[in-house]
Design a protein around this ligand. Structure first.
Ligand code: ZN
Length: 93
């Protein structure tokens, strides 16, 4: 088992941009018949391959979808870039 550092952007606290550092565990599979040589931790709040928390993505999507804010305003409030905010809207369920 090894660990690697994943830095995630999460919801700003009192208007200050926040990051979350997760020391993610990576395991090696000893089964010779296994197609996956290694695998890492995954939690619902942080799907594989993303660099912001689901909570922050939901907050940005709610500002646009429920409050009626523009993508630019939501991006500013959440401390994200416009493209990242816009991309998160397409992942909304
Ligand atoms: Zn395996």
């Amino acid at each position: 088992m090894s660990r690697w550092r994943l830095v995630l952007v999460t919801c700003p606290g009192v208007g200050i941009r926040s990051v979350l550092v997760w020391l993610k565990r990576r395991w090696k599979c000893d089964n010779p018949g296994c197609g996956r040589a290694t695998f890492t931790e995954v939690v619902p709040q942080v799907p594989a391959g993303v660099r912001l928390t689901e909570r922050l993505r939901e907050q940005a999507a709610a500002l646009v979808g429920e409050v009626g804010a523009s993508v630019s305003v939501a991006a500013g409030v959440c401390g994200l870039s416009w493209p990242r905010t816009h991309q998160g809207l397409h992942r909304a369920r």
